[in-house]
Ligand binder design. Structure first.
Ligand code: SAM
Ligand code: DTB
Ligand code: SF4
Length: 346
């Protein structure tokens, strides 16, 4: 079953009072500081009110334009400023993208996310990417793009092509942002999110932890997301993948339990959103991932590569789901088949 967050109050136990947009800094910090079991219990309760408890949404990523990015994001292996060994590749052709999308669908993914290492796309890029959206959608997959900053007309073109989601992360708190990126401002990110919403595209927006930020920064990131006029439908929480050559390589690792707390607080603040356990899973044990699912994560990147770095093998994820009794969320086609079956039985 799909996200229950938009269901009418009552029937599925969904309470709109769960969906707040007025969180104070102290309230969010109190959640972070609560006893671990209390926080996880609250997150799990809310998770079960809004979603099927053991379903996980599967998204597969593809880098459609790689490297040589003019931005200076300190975490990113694709910035032209750092020597990371990532080979720059121009925009992929349509056939290569659709072949990858077909393969992702065969493996069980329901959403195909295409990422480009741009500060912002040019109008001629938008036309090419819009064709990709149309073709991938025709395969029966949901589509997601992450291309950098978008102007209102560009967002509208993508919406007209049928784009389901746009990913644009705030990454961290407004105050820590300038330690990580100097080539754009936090406000630029918020502007793009507004343009995406105004075009009727669903918002995928989250961040990265483990970049040397404080707990206050993590709390501020989640508070900013939760206090947007509408919660993002999808909230990716990335654990920094430290890549040789980037300025953040060599930072101390974040306490894994603090990572779990971050997931749990995201679930409590945005109970109707898909919270994605995103980058960094290759380095996580099954036990740590299990805690993340208990904390309310209900989406993952599924597929053996993220954009330029590794992700768990399909077989490892299948074994993990088996071990935990988790099931992949059905795709749009399977979903509509279930719906007609249910209608026939009614
Ligand atoms: N260039 C576009 C942009 O920055 O919005 C889209 C692609 S960019 C690679 C998408 C997101 O990937 C970033 O916002 C960041 O959150 C995430 N990311 C990049 N490098 C990462 C890393 N080393 N570890 C974790 N997440 C990372
Ligand atoms: C997101 O939040 N994480 C993804 C996706 N959105 C685009 C990217 C993770 C990238 C990890 C580093 C890499 O593979 O290059
Ligand atoms: Fe470029 Fe995006 Fe990487 Fe920043 S995160 S360097 S904008 S590809």
């Amino acid at each position: 079953m799909k996200n229950k967050a938009n269901s009418v109050e009552g029937g599925l136990g969904v309470q709109h009072s769960d969906l707040r947009h007025d969180w104070s800094p102290a309230e969010v910090l109190a959640l972070f500081g609560a006893p671990f079991n209390d926080l996880l219990f609250r997150a799990q309760e809310l998770h079960r009110r809004h979603f099927e408890a053991n379903r996980v949404q599967l998204s597969t990523l593809l880098s459609i334009k790689t490297g040589a990015c003019p931005e200076d994001c300190a975490y990113c292996p694709q910035s032209a400023r750092y020597h990371t060994g990532v080979k720059a590749e121009p925009l992929m052709d349509l056939g290569t993208v659709t072949a990858a999308a077909r393969a992702a669908k065969e493996q069980g993914a329901t959403r195909f996310c295409m990422g480009a290492a741009w500060r912002a796309p040019k109008d001629r890029d938008i036309e090419k990417v819009a064709d990709m959206v149309r073709e991938v959608r025709a395969l029966g997959l949901e589509t997601c793009l992450t291309l950098g900053m978008l102007k209102p007309e560009q967002a509208q073109r993508l919406s007209d092509a049928g784009l389901d989601y746009y990913n644009h992360n705030l990454d961290t708190s407004a105050s820590y942002y300038k330690e990580i990126i100097t080539t754009r401002e936090y406000g630029d990110r918020l502007d793009t999110l507004e343009n995406v919403r105004a075009a009727g595209i669903k918002v995928c927006c989250g961040g990265i932890v483990g970049m040397g930020e404080s707990r206050e920064d993590r709390a501020e990131l989640l508070r900013t997301l939760a206090n947007l006029p509408q919660h993002p439908e999808s909230v990716p929480i990335n654990n920094l993948v430290q890549v040789e050559g980037t300025p953040l390589k060599g930072l101390p690792q974040l306490d894994p339990l603090e990572f779990v707390r971050t997931i749990a607080v995201a679930r409590v603040l945005m109970p109707g959103a898909y919270v994605r356990l995103s980058a960094g899973r290759s380095e996580m044990s099954d036990e740590l991932q299990a805690l993340c699912f208990l904390a309310g994560a209900n989406s993952i990147f599924y597929g053996e590569k993220l954009l330029t770095t590794g992700n768990p093998q399909h077989a490892r994820d299948k074994a993990l789901f088996e071990r935990l009794g988790l099931r992949a969320e059905a795709g749009v086609e399977a979903q509509s088949a279930c719906d007609s079956e249910a209608r026939a039985q009614a």
